[in-house]
Ligand binder design. Structure first.
Ligand code: ATP
Ligand code: MG
Length: 803
C-alpha cells in the first residue's frame, strides 16, 4: 500500500499488508495537517496533544480511533475513548463508524461516568453493591443529604445540604473516603462535615445507590483494591484516548493512571505484567473551566512528568474561526499569567468585525439579539440553527426566552430546568427506579403517595418504625405493613394495594418487558395519568405532554439494538443482550446538559440555542452572541477580587469567543434587574482587553446615556413606516419603546453628509466622515473622532453638525 503524502520518518508506520476492505490510508489522513497526521499515526509512548481552541484536537482523536481500527488492526473492543458529554461520544462514534463501518460500534466511547458505570455493573459485587444499583443525581443527593441532616440533628441554619454536598463532592474527587475525611478533620466544623459524609455514604449504600462522584471513586478503588480486576481491564483496553483532558479531576486522572501507567504502584511483582495501553490525551489548558468541580489544570501541565517518555504534539492552526475572532480570543487570554503562550492563526481570513452593543437593560439586550437574528435570517446570512446565545448563569436565559416567545422565534435552552428535572418526569423515573431496585428509598418514598393514595406521613413513620425495629429495608417493611405498630386500618389497606401494584409491575420487569411498555403500565396502573387528566391546572396539560415524550424516549431506546450501555460489547456482538429497563434508567441518569442540543437536520432551519458558557465547551456555531459582559455578571461577582477565579473566568471568555466560526456579537446591559433590584454594572473588564479595532460598536454607553436609545434596527424602521425586516414578527413592545425614546428626544434634522466631510459632535468633538449607509431616517454615518475612535451614528438622533 502506498501513500500519496510523503511523511518523512513515518513511513515505517505503513503496514506491509495485503489489500483489504475499509477506508484507504489516504482517506483516513485526508483533511489533516502535518502535526495532526503525526498525532493520528503516533505509536507507542503516551501522547499529549496540546493546542488552542478549534485546532482540530477532537478531529484528530476521532481519526486516530479510525486509524487504530483500520490501519493498526486494533480490535474495536480494545478501544476506550473518553469525551466530555454523551452527545460528544455519540457524535464521535458516528464519525468513526462512517470511516470504518459498523464494527466500530462496540468500542467504548463515552464519558468517564458512563465508562465507570459499565465497569461497576459488572464488578459491583466486589464492592458490596448489587449490580442493579441506582445512580443518584443532584436532586436525589439533596434529598438524601437532608435526611442525613435530620439523622444527625444538624442545625439547618449552619449546615445546608448544598454546602455539605459540595464538600463531600470535593472529597470524592480527591479520592478521600469518609475515614480519610474523619481522620483529617481539624476542627469541629470539619468533624461535623466528615460525620455527615459518613452517614451519607452509609445511607447510599443501604439504598444500593451511588452518586455521580462515587461512580469514579468506586471504580478507582475497585482497580486499586483488586489488581486482578485491574489487569483484566488493562489487558482489554489497549488504546485509551481522552478528550478535554484539561478538565479531568484527580479521581479521573487516577483512573487513567490505573489503566495506562507503566507501573501502577501496587502491582504485585509476582503477577504477570501487562504492557500498558497506548494513551493519547488532548486538551487546552486555556480552556480549563471546571476547577469548581475539582478539575485540576495540573493534570495537563504535568502530563510529561506523570507519564515519563511521553511525546507532545502542538497544533497551532485553527480551522474554526476567522482571524478577527482569533485575535480577540488571543488578546483576552493573553492577560492570564503563567500560561504557555500559543498563537492561534487561521487561513479563514479576517472576516467580519465583532459587533458590540451596549443595551439599556437586559430586555433591551435580548431585543437587540432577537432583531439581529431576524436580520441575519432575512438576509440569508444564517439559519436560526446556526445561532447560539451564551450567558454566564442559567438565570439569564429567562429574558431571552420571553422575547423569543413573544416574537415566535423557536429556541432551545440547554441546561436550566431540564426535561429530566421536571417533576412529572422525575416521578415517572422514580417509579421505574424503585421497580428495578426496591432498596432505593429515595425513589420509593417519592412515589409512595404520588398520586395521593392515602399513605400519609404518619403511616410512613409507622412503617419506618417497623423497618428500624426489625432491621429490614423500607420496602420489606411495606410488604409486612400489617406488623407495623400503630398503623391505621385505612392506611394499611392503602399500603397493601400499593404493594400489590408494585409487585405486579415488578413481574413485568422480571419478565424482561421493554422499558416503554413498563413505563406505560406504571403511568396507567399508578393512577398518575388519571390524576393529571382530571386536574384543571393548565400546567398538568404540559405534564401529560412531557410524559408522552418520556414514553417516546423509552420506545426509541427499546428499539435501538445497541442501546444497552451496560451490555458487554461482546454480548452485543453475539446478539445476546437486549436493552432492558435498567439500561434505560442508566442512560437517562447519565444524560448531560449538552445532550439536549437538537440534532442537525439539513432541511430544518433549526432553532436558536441558548446555553451557559460552561455548556458550550467543545461546540462550534457560525454565529455566537456573548451576552451579559458586565463586571459582576461575567466575570462573576465572586471572582472579582480573586486572581485565580478571575483567570478561570477569563478562560471561560476564551471558550466563549472561540466557539464562533464567522460572526461574534458581544453585548452588555447598563442596568440589569435580573436579581430583583436593578443594579448598575460597569462593562466587563474582558471588553477592555479586546483590541479596539476588532469591534464595531453599534451602540456605546456614551450614545446611550446621552441620547436615550438611537435604534438602528428594524423596530424603529417599522415605526417610521420604513420596510420592516421581519414583518411577520410582532414588534409592538419594541415599537412602543422606540416611541418612548423618540418622545424623549425629538428627531433632528438629518444633515446631508459625504465621506470626507468634517463634522462637530456635541460630545465627541471634531470628526471626519468615513462611510455612510442607509438613507433618510435610517442614514448612519461612521465618523472618525480621532482619539475617541470611529463611531457609527444614526444621523436622525446624533448631535452632529456639518462644518
Ligand atoms: N486539517 C483540517 N482541515 C480542515 N478542517 C479542520 C482540520 N482540522 C480540524 N478542522 C475543523 O475545525 C473545526 C475545529 O475542530 P475541532 O472541533 O476538532 O477542534 P478542537 O481543537 O477540538 O476545538 P476545541 O478546543 O474547541 O474542543 C472543526 O469544524 C473541524 O472539522
Ligand atoms: Mg474539541
Amino acid at each position: 500500500m502506498s501513500t500519496s503524502i510523503p511523511l518523512p520518518g513515518l513511513e515505517s508506520v505503513a503496514p506491509s499488508d495485503p489489500p483489504r476492505r475499509g477506508p484507504s490510508r489516504d482517506a483516513l489522513l485526508e483533511g489533516l495537517n502535518e502535526p495532526q497526521r503525526a498525532a493520528v499515526m503516533h505509536e507507542g509512548a503516551p501522547l499529549l496533544v496540546v493546542a488552542g481552541a478549534g485546532s482540530g484536537k477532537t478531529r484528530v482523536l476521532t481519526r486516530r480511533i479510525a486509524w487504530l481500527i483500520s490501519e493498526r488492526r486494533a480490535h474495536p473492543g480494545s478501544i476506550l475513548a473518553i469525551t466530555f458529554t454523551n452527545k460528544a461520544a455519540a457524535e464521535m462514534k458516528e464519525r468513526v463508524e462512517d470511516l470504518v463501518g459498523k464494527r466500530a460500534r462496540i468500542m467504548w466511547v463515552s464519558t468517564f461516568h458512563s465508562a465507570c458505570v459499565r465497569i461497576l455493573r459488572k464488578e459491583s459485587d466486589k464492592l458490596g453493591y448489587k449490580s442493579n444499583f441506582s445512580i443518584y443525581d443532584a436532586a436525589d443527593q439533596k434529598r438524601l443529604m437532608t435526611l442525613v441532616c435530620n439523622d444527625l440533628d444538624l442545625d439547618p441554619r449552619r449546615y445546608q445540604p448544598g454546602a455539605l454536598l459540595h464538600w463531600v463532592s470535593n472529597q470524592k474527587n480527591e479520592l478521600r473516603d469518609p475515614e480519610d475525611a474523619t481522620k483529617d478533620a481539624r476542627n469541629n466544623l470539619e468533624e461535623t462535615y466528615a460525620a455527615a459524609y459518613t452517614t451519607y455514604q452509609r445511607r447510599l449504600r443501604e439504598a444500593n445507590a451511588l452518586d455521580f462522584d462515587d461512580l469514579i471513586m468506586a471504580t478507582v478503588h475497585l482497580l486499586q483494591t483488586f489488581p486482578e480486576v485491574r489487569e483484566t481491564y488493562r489487558r482489554r483496553f489497549r488504546h485509551v484516548l481522552v478528550d478535554e483532558y484539561q478538565d479531568t479531576n484527580h479521581a479521573q486522572y487516577a483512573l487513567i493512571h490505573q489503566l495506562c501507567a507503566d507501573n501502577p504502584e501496587d502491582l504485585d511483582s509476582t503477577e504477570e505484567r501487562v504492557e500498558p495501553a497506548e494513551l493519547m490525551v488532548v486538551g487546552d489548558a486555556d480552556q480549563s473551566i471546571y476547577a469548581f468541580r475539582g478539575a485540576n489544570i495540573r493534570n495537563i501541565l504535568d502530563f510529561e512528568q506523570d507519564f515519563p517518555n511521553a511525546t507532545s504534539i502542538l497544533l497551532e492552526q485553527n480551522y474554526r474561526s476567522t482571524q478577527t475572532i482569533l485575535n480577540a480570543a488571543n488578546a483576552v487570554i493573553g492577560h492570564n499569567k503563567g500560561r504557555k503562550e500559543k498563537r492561534l492563526w487561521s487561513e479563514a481570513g479576517d472576516g467580519d468585525r465583532i459587533v458590540g452593543y451596549v443595551a439599556d437593560d437586559e430586555r433591551d439586550e435580548a431585543r437587540f439579539v432577537s432583531e439581529e437574528i431576524d436580520t441575519l435570517v432575512d438576509e440569508k446570512a444564517a439559519r436560526p440553527g446556526d445561532v447560539a446565545i451564551f450567558y454566564r448563569t442559567n438565570a439569564q436565559s429567562r429574558v431571552f426566552e420571553e422575547v423569543f416567545i413573544r416574537t415566535g422565534q423557536p429556541y432551545k435552552v440547554v441546561g436550566g430546568v431540564r426535561f429530566y428535572e421536571r417533576r412529572e418526569v422525575r416521578d415517572a423515573l422514580a417509579y421505574l427506579r424503585m421497580l428495578v431496585n426496591p432498596a432505593d428509598q429515595v425513589s420509593l418514598r417519592r412515589i409512595l403517595n404520588t398520586p395521593k393514595r392515602g399513605i400519609g406521613d404518619r403511616a410512613v413513620a409507622c412503617v419506618q418504625a417497623l423497618a428500624d425495629r426489625d432491621r429490614i429495608i423500607f420496602w420489606e417493611a411495606l410488604q409486612r405493613a400489617e406488623d407495623a405498630p400503630g398503623l391505621a386500618t385505612r392506611s394499611l389497606s392503602a399500603i397493601q394495594a400499593f404493594v400489590a401494584m408494585v409487585q405486579e409491575l415488578q413481574s413485568m420487569v422480571d419478565a424482561g418487558e421493554r422499558a416503554d411498555v413498563v413505563l406505560e403500565s406504571v403511568l396507567a396502573r399508578s393512577g398518575y395519568l388519571t390524576s393529571l387528566e382530571e386536574s384543571d391546572d393548565p400546567q398538568d396539560e404540559t405534564r401529560l405532554e412531557n410524559l408522552a415524550e418520556l414514553v417516546a424516549v423509552a420506545r426509541e431506546f427499546a428499539e435501538d439494538p445497541l442501546a444497552g450501555p451496560s451490555a458487554d460489547p461482546t454480548d452485543v456482538e453475539a446478539g445476546i443482550v437486549a436493552p432492558g429497563l435498567a439500561d434505560f434508567l442508566e442512560r437517562v441518569a447519565l444524560v448531560a446538559d449538552t445532550d439536549q442540543i437538537p440534532d442537525d437536520d439539513p432541511d430544518d432551519q433549526g432553532v436558536v440555542t441558548l446555553m451557559t458558557l460552561h455548556t458550550a465547551k467543545g461546540l462550534e456555531f457560525p454565529v455566537v452572541f456573548l451576552t451579559g459582559l458586565e463586571d459582576g455578571v461575567f466575570p462573576h461577582a465572586r471572582a472579582l477580587g480573586d486572581q485565580p477565579e478571575l483567570e478561570e473566568e477569563r478562560r471561560l471568555a476564551y471558550v466563549g469567543v472561540t466557539r464562533a466560526r464567522a460572526r461574534l456579537y458581544i453585548s452588555r446591559a447598563v442596568v440589569r434587574s435580573a436579581w430583583g433590584a436593578p443594579s448598575h454594572n460597569p462593562g466587563s473588564r474582558f471588553l477592555d482587553e479586546l483590541p479596539v479595532d476588532l469591534v464595531d460598536w453599534r451602540r456605546t454607553e456614551a450614545a446611550q446615556a446621552q441620547w436615550g436609545r438611537p435604534d438602528l434596527s428594524g423596530s424603529a424602521g417599522q415605526r417610521l413606516g420604513a420596510p420592516t425586516v421581519a414583518g411577520r414578527r410582532n414588534f409592538s413592545a419594541a415599537a412602543v419603546r422606540a416611541d418612548a425614546a423618540a418622545r424623549a428626544k425629538p428627531a433632528r434634522e438629518i444633515p446631508s453628509l459625504e465621506p470626507g466631510d468634517r463634522v462637530l459632535h456635541d460630545s465627541f468633538g471634531m470628526g471626519t466622515v468615513v462611510a455612510l449607509e442607509g438613507v433618510a431616517e435610517k442614514a448612519v454615518a461612521s465618523i472618525d473622532f480621532g482619539s475617541e475612535g470611529v463611531k457609527r451614528l444614526l444621523l436622525r438622533y446624533a448631535p452632529v453638525e456639518k462644518l
